[in-house]
Design a protein around this ligand. Structure first.
Ligand code: KDG
Ligand code: MG
Length: 403
């Protein structure tokens, strides 16, 4: 029997915080997993260190399914972002080990290539319409075929998704939450004008995406979807919070703008009704968010029954370990839609050597055994954890709103 001999959490901050799990075995093969939960990192560090690592030692790392079930059912307290990230960190490290044992890139172990390359969308962020349009142009020049566009809005202090003038927008920006002010009326008036301009300047071919980031009520989201129809978005994301999933039925009745949801979902149970009632077109749940490859595969297979395609979350708080694993997953998964790709900083890329590459608007999986991402622990130690939280949003009268 093969055995897990050690498991360690590596916490580092090469530009932003990452929680990484390294599992070592008696055969000298190790695996790497990501458990980063943006703004709440230490909860996963503690979950892994106190409750998970002690039960891993001595287990056979090849029994991925059994270990997944052990951690999920065995905790008694199921689901939730902390538990499912801790499980994901273990699961991805174990798939890495198994693929290395098999001497295969992970996509081969999953069933082999369904495609040659993985279509991604980049993030164009500007302070106003013209700036955002210029940024879309810059992404086109870099080869992107799909771009998410977010813009500053007159009357909105700290609109979601607007960078601070560089390529590496990171919302978790301060040790205590930054306060932003939201104005639905300004946003609803502004956003169709933004996309009208983007289609006028950039033509019909480029795929355009937009993230509402949970800010609208269902009927407001329906109105925005209708008003964006002439600009043929690839998707409108997180149009309204998805706790009450019936809300999407209302949006769906009113608009043919494709809907994407799920970056904060943790299990198939969060996705099930939206998918089986055909209320969405893309499921955004990703590897680190939902218990790793083992569980995301179940979600994707379930989604395929209703022609819902994948569109995995890929912001910078998903470490290169998650991105690399996602690229293998996307290379295999039959009902692939698109992959979000928000470039990591050079410091992050140096700490996590990886073999995926960006070319022609697509990410390409490497051929190395495993998921192809490692961690340089000596370099990581030079970037100690630095507490950061996500912003919050309030309405103009001071009421709390959804960030
Ligand atoms: O940590 C929060 C980010 O991951 C999130 O705000 C990014 O909405 C996001 C997206 O679509 O990438
Ligand atoms: Mg989003």
């Amino acid at each position: 029997m093969m055995k897990i001999t050690s498991a360690r959490v590596i916490l580092c901050s090469p530009g932003r915080n990452f929680v990484t799990l390294k599992i070592e075995t008696d055969e000298g093969i190790y695996g790497i997993g990501d458990g980063t939960l943006n703004g709440r990192e230490m909860s996963v560090v503690s979950y892994l260190s106190e409750h998970v690592i002690p039960v891993l030692i001595g287990r056979d790392p090849r029994r991925i399914e059994d270990i997944w079930q052990y951690l999920y059912r065995g905790a008694y307290w199921r689901r939730g972002p902390v538990t499912m990230r801790a499980i994901a960190a273990v699961d991805v490290a174990l798939w890495d080990i198994k693929a290395k044992l098999a001497n295969m890139p992970l996509f081969d172990l999953l069933g082999g290539r369904s495609r040659d390359k993985v279509l991604v969308y980049g993030h164009a962020n500007g302070t106003d319409i013209e700036h955002t349009s210029d940024e879309v142009g810059r992404y086109k020049e870099m080869g992107y075929k799909a771009v998410r566009a977010q813009s500053g809005i007159p009357g909105v202090k700290g609109a979601y998704g607007v960078g601070r003038g560089d390529m590496y927008y990171e919302p978790a920006d301060a040790s205590l939450p930054t306060e932003t002010v939201w104005n639905t009326g300004s946003y609803l008036n502004f956003t169709p004008k933004l996309f009208q301009r983007l289609r006028d300047v950039h033509g019909d071919e480029i795929h355009l995406l937009h993230d509402v980031h949970h800010r609208l009520t269902p009927i407001e989201a329906a109105r925005l979807g209708c008003n964006l129809e002439p600009y043929r978005l690839f998707w409108m994301e997180d149009a309204t919070p998805a706790e009450n999933q019936e809300a999407f039925r209302l949006i769906r009745q009113h608009t043919t703008t494709p809907l994407a949801v799920g970056e904060i979902f943790n299990t198939i149970w969060d996705c099930k009704d939206l998918i089986s009632n055909q209320l969405i077109d893309y499921i955004r749940t990703t590897i680190v968010g939902a218990g790793g490859v083992t569980h995301l595969r179940r979600i994707a297979d379930f989604a395929a029954l209703w022609q819902v395609r994948t569109g995995s979350h890929g912001a910078t708080d998903l470490s290169p370990v998650t991105l690399g694993t996602a690229v293998h997953f996307d290379t295999w998964v039959p009902n692939f839609g698109i992959q979000e790709y928000m470039r990591h900083t050079p410091e992050t890329d140096d700490v996590f050597p990886h073999d995926y590459t960006f070319r022609d608007g697509c990410l390409h999986a490497g051929e190395k055994p495993g998921h192809g991402v490692d961690i340089d622990e000596r370099l990581a130690a030079r970037y100690p954890y630095s507490p950061k939280q996500l912003p919050i949003a309030r309405l103009q009268d001071g009421s709390m709103w959804n960030w």
